[in-house]
Structures are given as C-alpha cells and as structure tokens.
Design a protein around this ligand. Structure first.
Ligand SMILES: [Zn+2]
Ligand SMILES: [Zn+2]
Length: 204
C-alpha cells in the first residue's frame, strides 16, 4: 500500500490536530499560501484575523500555523459549509480569501461508497486497505500540488472583524454563575444567563 510519510514541515500541525488527514493538509496549504500572499508572520496579539467558513480539520492548521485562535478571539467561524479561509492583516489592511477548489474527502463514486462502508464499520479488510490507499494518494496530492491548483485567491466580500472585546461579568440571578454582560437576558425582571432563560423560550 502506498504510504503517506508525514513531511517535517507538517509534523507540528499533525501533533496539534491529533491525526493526519486530507482536511488538515488543506488548512496547512491555505495557511502557507496566506503567509506568502500577505507576507505575514504568526499572530501574537491580534495583528491578524481569520474568518473560516467551516469548522472542519483544516481550521486546526490555521490556528496552529497562523496563531489565529478561538481563545484569542481572532478566529471567527462563519458557517457556510465551504472550505474557504480569509486572512486579514490589520496593519496593512490587506486580506485574502482562499477558496479550496476541490472536495476535501473521497470524491469518486467508488471513494464515496468506500468511505460510507469504512465509517459505517461494514468494510472488509480489503476495502479498508483500498480506502486508506486512496486517502494517502489524496494527501500526497494535496501536499505537493501547486497552490494555484488548490485554491482560488479572492478578496473577501466582508469587512475585517473588530478586535475582541472584554465585557463586564455579571452574576446570573437564577443560577448564580458569572456571565458576560451581552449574554444576559431579562426574564421576569431578573438578569439571567442564557441557560436559565432558555426554558422560557420553549413550549409556550
Ligand atoms: Zn482531521
Ligand atoms: Zn443562570
């Protein structure tokens, strides 16, 4: 079976993500292409912002390589179900939206059928091996194909997200847990957290 040797440059992203997969490599290539296109360095303190249009494996490579992370607030998830990654540079105001041209997973009818079987636990050892081989070929392709073959470079149709803000914390008058102020709801004159407000929105 054709093996996929993890290249040294990819190793840290794989360690962060936990496994190697085609999706992670798409994110890896997008991060590298963004670096080159915008001439940027890994984010330290929100010099960059990323808007990702999916929450799949590739986003972990964006977080790891570009330093745009959920925790810092400069990774924004806009669920469009697309393998598209937009990177902004605050200092130059430049941005690039990288849209992956192909499909991340198995894209041939045979590949799709194999994937269903493997994921569903009904694949024979032979089918599992064939699935792995196709995946390895695909990862090799994604790692080595010219960037312009993988991505369309576009300008985003949306603005640079504002910097993350820090809000006051307020104690929920129902459960007593501390909540950021913009998430509070007013229920029967009480300031309550979203979890405590929820039941009032259901059923009646
Ligand atoms: Zn993955
Ligand atoms: Zn509460």
């Amino acid at each position: 079976m054709e093996k996929f040797e993890i290249p040294a440059e990819l190793a840290e992203s794989v360690r962060f993500h936990g496994h190697v997969c085609p999706g992670l490599i798409i994110g890896y290539r997008a991060a590298r292409l963004a670096e080159k296109t915008l001439d940027l360095h890994r984010d330290r303190d929100e010099e960059l912002a990323a808007v990702v249009e999916n929450d799949a494996c590739g986003v972990d490579a964006i977080q790891w390589l570009l330093g745009c992370t959920l925790g810092k607030g400069n990774l924004i998830f806009r669920d469009q179900g697309k393998h598209a990654f937009t990177i902004f540079r605050r200092d130059t105001g430049k941005a690039v939206r990288l849209v992956f041209k192909g499909q991340a997973g198995a894209s041939t009818p045979e590949g799709i059928a194999l994937r269903r079987k493997v994921m569903g636990g009904t694949a024979t050892p032979d089918e599992t091996a064939r699935f792995e081989e196709q995946k390895n070929k695909r990862m090799h392709y994604l790692m080595t194909a010219p960037a312009e073959e993988l991505f369309d470079c576009k300008q985003p149709g949306f603005e640079l997200p504002s910097r993350a803000r820090i809000f006051d914390s307020v104690v929920c008058e129902s459960c007593g847990e501390v909540t950021m102020e913009p998430r509070l709801r007013l229920v029967d004159g009480k300031k309550v957290c979203l979890a405590c407000a929820e039941p009032y929105h259901r059923g009646w």
